[in-house]
Design a protein around this ligand. Structure first.
Ligand SMILES: [Zn+2]
Length: 326
């Protein structure tokens, strides 16, 4: 009897799982996320009036408000008492213990949470930095591609999963102070808002909206071969060229492993994938403006990013086996 019941229960669960799959639109479906919201968020974050979003400035706080409003509207939950997670920027100066803060500037990471459908506590952390380099010699560096585009991508993925709950927990984090040393992501991994052993993988977006050099790169599979089949499966159906590399596997390519916030996770032995485009003529120039992004390329990259996020959620238990345990 127990067996029969078990089998029947299994069938019900299988039916529920199938129903779950059927109701979630494919990333290419116009219903899967708002394309307009992606472009609007990118445009808003990269306006001249936000003065390049340098940490601990009024313009940074206005950028935070835009992102937090969107997190709230999407329905992301808070962890640790709110969306804003403040850290001491001076934590990272090389100072002796007890020397006190070298400067009293703070950074602010923005964290939203979606609980998974399963009991498994394994958590995927999807990230993009919202800061940029601010104003230099009177010129505003708007950082539309770097990295308003990544934040808008992350929020689109959050929108999708809020409407179609993920199997596993997902934290969505907009990092501050990436420029000049990944301080937001280092602060996050040092004192995560959830138990650190729950964090088993990172998907990071940085520069998603330009197509001069053709396509989107997935960096990280050289370090984490478990993630390669996932990219291989997605690439043929992706609406943009999706390539693996820039992670130390090919001596003729740059190594992007230590080029954005995924590095903080990599250093902790947490499997990561970084999605981004190659450097372009406006990289870290005052001309990295919304007018110079390529909306069609960008939206195809966002759709592809969503395909990768869905696959990472689906495969998270297998990926978790590769997370270093101390
Ligand atoms: Zn960046």
């Amino acid at each position: 009897m127990k067996q029969v019941l078990g089998a029947a229960f299994g069938l019900v669960l299988a039916g529920l799982a199938l129903a779950g799959c059927a109701s979630a639109p494919a990333p290419s479906d116009p219903e899967s996320f708002s394309r307009q919201a992606v472009l609007d968020m990118t445009r808003e974050l990269s306006r001249d009036s936000l003065f390049g979003r340098a940490p601990d400035t009024d313009s940074s706080r206005r950028a935070q408000e835009l992102i937090v409003s969107r997190m709230r509207a999407i329905g992301l939950e808070t962890v640790g008492g709110g969306y804003r997670h403040i850290f001491d920027l001076s934590d990272f100066a090389n100072r002796p213990e007890g020397a006190g803060p070298a400067e009293d500037k703070t950074g602010t990471n923005l964290v939203g949470y979606l609980p998974g459908r399963s009991d498994d506590m394994a958590t995927l952390v999807i990230t993009a930095h919202y800061d940029h380099v601010g104003v230099r010699e009177g010129q505003i560096y708007n950082g539309a591609d770097d990295n308003a585009s990544g934040v808008a991508t992350m929020l689109a993925v959050a929108e999708y999963f809020a409407a179609h709950p993920p199997r596993h927990n997902i934290l969505f984090v907009a990092f501050d102070a990436e420029e000049g040393g990944f301080k937001g992501s280092l602060a996050f991994v040092k004192r995560p808002p959830i138990p650190d052993h729950w964090i088993v993988a990172n998907l990071n977006f940085d520069m998603m909206s330009r197509g001069e050099t053709g396509g989107l790169w997935a960096s990280g599979t050289h370090h984490w071969p478990v993630l390669a089949p996932l990219i291989e499966k997605i690439a043929p159906d992706a609406p943009i060229g999706l390539h693996m590399g820039y992670d130390g596997g090919d001596p003729d390519q740059d190594d992007w492993t230590n080029q954005s916030d995924h590095y903080a996770f990599f250093r902790e032995g947490i499997p990561h994938l970084y999605l981004g485009v190659e450097d372009h003529p406006d990289y870290h120039k005052p001309t990295d403006d919304f007018a110079n992004i390529q909306p069609d390329v960008f939206l195809a990259a966002v759709e592809t990013a969503l395909m990768v996020a869905i696959a990472m959620d689906r495969e998270l238990e297998e990926i978790a086996e590769y997370r270093a345990v101390d």
